[in-house]
Design a protein around this ligand. Structure first.
Ligand code: 9MR
Length: 361
């Protein structure tokens, strides 16, 4: 546990700002986030050979100058929080709208950032024409397979050579490791997963192709299902390159202690891994103890990634609390990000900063 040693050393040397024990009030002068001294987070990450990313809310990027500034300055990888999902990209059958996805690509290019693709297949945020068509039988199973093939091919080709990792399939297992009973599974059976990887590879051979899910940080039934899936697909000659751990944690539950073992067993299979959607929510109102615990959770995930050579990117799911998805989904919980609503860095910001600065072992 490198980070605990480092925190103790920092404390002893009086470097309080980097212990993670600061409150946001202490750490944040009123008017601006960009006061933390030193290099931006992305420079520290680059030195550690890590892509450090955030999910991007395109409305905030258009309307909020500070949001835009932080997005440009602190991260070397961006993920579309929503605009590369089916309902945005194919709002009508056969009609694609890449305008917002392309706007994100342009922003990333202007700022020298890489882009993570999310997601070629999911059971959520599907367009109504698709879900309704399947429900009323007007879209047959054969047609659905063609629709899936066409969507993956069109989207991956559109962004060919510009996306370094694609979440090819997202959230395909239940907590007990059985297949999620999604529209895809119910209509097409489990072979849709191998198909999705084949089609993605054909369309964009250079992107690293990922499975991605939540509650798979440690070794458990769900992460074991992914381990078996990756092993089986690769045994069939299907290219799967990476295991994506979303990393949506809550301070009201314990920290999964066996993340290093989990990352190692995927590395042993020959695939890389990434943290793809990290945030740590808490039961509101937050207090200093909870904020410090939150910082420990961020630190723990980042430390595990940095200590695993095959962990190549670490993306947080947004950075500012006012744009977080959490309060809409978990009643009474919030404060999941590293900056508060006024862009004051929280203890979790300092924890992330410290870990990045320490780099890999
Ligand atoms: O953050 C996203 C939020 O804005 C959307 O409303 C929501 C719709 O389900 O999806 C959120 O992002 C999810 C991601 O795409 C997949 N993993 C879980 C994320 C949080 O729900």
């Amino acid at each position: 546990m490198k980070h605990l040693r480092a925190a103790a050393a920092a404390m002893a040397s009086g470097a309080l700002l980097f212990t993670g024990a600061v409150t946001s009030a202490q750490a944040a002068p009123a008017d601006a986030y960009h006061h933390p001294k030193g290099a931006p987070l992305k420079s520290l990450a680059a030195r550690a050979d890590l892509l450090f990313g955030t999910a991007v809310n395109m409305d905030a990027l258009a309307e909020d100058k500070t949001y835009r500034k932080i997005t440009a300055r602190e991260f070397n990888s961006l993920t579309a929080e929503n605009v590369m999902k089916w309902e945005t990209l194919q709002p009508e059958r056969g009609v694609y709208d890449f305008s917002q996805g392309d706007a994100l690509m342009r922003f990333a290019k202007q700022n020298g950032q890489q882009v993570r693709g999310h997601t070629l297949l999911w059971h959520n945020q599907l367009p109504a024409w698709l879900t309704e068509g399947v429900a009323d039988g007007s879209i047959t199973k054969d047609e659905l397979r063609q629709i899936l093939r066409e969507h993956i091919t069109t989207v991956a080709k559109h962004y060919k050579g510009k996306i370094y990792q694609w979440d090819v399939v997202n959230e395909v297992f239940e907590e007990d490791g059985s297949y999620r009973q999604s529209l895809w599974y119910q209509q097409l059976g489990p072979s849709y997963i191998a198909d999705a990887f084949r089609w993605a590879k054909q369309a964009d051979p250079h992107a690293k192709l990922y499975v991605n899910d939540y509650n798979v940080e440690g070794v458990n039934a769900k992460s074991t299902a992914y381990h078996n899936l990756v092993k089986d697909l690769r045994a069939q000659g299907i290219r799967v390159d990476g295991f994506g751990i979303q990393g949506h944690l809550s301070t009201q539950y314990g920290f999964p202690g066996d993340i290093p073992q989990n990352l190692q067993r995927f590395a042993d299979l020959g695939v890389e891994s990434s943290f793809t959607e990290v945030d740590v929510r808490g039961v509101m109102p937050m207090d200093e103890a909870k904020l410090n615990l939150q910082a420990d959770y961020f630190r723990g995930m980042l430390d595990a990634c940095l200590d695993q050579r095959k962990c190549t990117s670490f993306t947080i799911w947004g950075f500012a609390d006012q744009y977080s998805w959490v309060p809409d989904v978990f009643a009474g919980e919030g404060s999941a990000n590293i900056y508060d609503e006024s862009y004051a860095p929280k203890p979790s910001y300092w924890a992330v900063r410290q870990e990045l600065a320490e780099g890999r072992d």
